[in-house]
Design a protein around this ligand. Structure first.
Ligand code: HEC
Ligand code: HEC
Ligand code: HEC
Ligand code: HEC
Length: 128
């Protein structure tokens, strides 16, 4: 994505978040139940945890929803889970399976930002 496209988007998100923030402050104090706080995936190689709130909130990493929910048209939309399209189990040529979709996106972005985790055992934790 080029910078000319990125800046207005960031501005729009900023304004959007401000409006949402004021609205939330005025009406609710609890987070919206539809948006996950944290997602734990249990796999044969151990449990991988994704802190949704950390990644998506302004107080955390502050990424845009559209950075990950790549089929969203705009910030207002409620996205579908990755697994609605990228099914668990076997993938196909036109649709990679959920685990590959997550691996590609999570590790791809961490490498881009030069942050951990990128190694298997940094994400997959064995619970006794
Ligand atoms: C760093 C990537 C990332 C960012 C940024 C992000 N999400 Fe997500 N979101 C995910 C992942 C991964 C899931 C879990 C999907 C799954 O397991 O199929 C998810 C799940 C969801 C779900 C639950 C979908 C369902 O039906 O279970 C909602 C709603 C959602 N996100 C909304 C948002 C909104 C709104 C934003 C922006 C404020 C946002 N997300 C930002 C990655 C992200
Ligand atoms: C509404 C259906 C839909 C949802 C929901 C969806 N995807 Fe996708 N995704 C697709 C389609 C279709 C493609 C292949 C075409 C393309 O590249 O756009 C794709 C491609 C991808 C690719 C690129 C694969 C490659 O080979 O380069 C990744 C990575 C990916 N999705 C991750 C995710 C993640 C992570 C989520 C959830 C946060 C998600 N997707 C949600 C439909 C979806
Ligand atoms: C679009 C970019 C992006 C995507 C996609 C992304 N991350 Fe991250 N993630 C980051 C950044 C940036 C940090 C570093 C935050 C810091 O160190 O301040 C991070 C940090 C983390 C951390 C360490 C902080 C913590 O929660 O303990 C974990 C674990 C993590 N990510 C898991 C995941 C998983 C699992 C996925 C995929 C479901 C994912 N991330 C997708 C950008 C991303
Ligand atoms: C950034 C975090 C992250 C890293 C790094 C990572 N994984 Fe994963 N992995 C996940 C997540 C999240 C899932 C859950 C996907 C799902 O259930 O669809 C997963 C799922 C899996 C699965 C289950 C696959 C399936 O089809 O159900 C295996 C096996 C796996 N990972 C192995 C590995 C190996 C081997 C490495 C190192 C080469 C690795 N992972 C690196 C986050 C990570």
């Amino acid at each position: 994505m080029d910078e000319q496209k990125g800046l207005p988007t960031l501005l729009k998100i900023g304004i959007g978040l401000l409006i949402v923030g004021v609205f939330c402050f005025a009406t609710y104090s609890a987070p919206t139940p539809e948006t996950p706080y944290r997602v734990a995936y249990s796999t044969v190689t151990g449990t991988a945890t994704f802190d949704h709130k950390l990644h998506a909130s302004d107080a955390g990493i502050g990424l845009s929803c559209l950075d990950c929910h790549h089929t969203m048209e705009d910030e207002e939309e409620v996205p579908e889970a990755c697994g609605e399209c990228h099914l668990k189990g076997e993938g196909s040529e036109d649709m990679i399976k959920r685990a590959d979709a997550l691996h590609t996106q999570c590790i791809g972005c961490h490498k881009e930002f030069d942050v951990k985790p990128v190694d298997c055992n940094e994400c997959h934790v064995k619970v006794q």
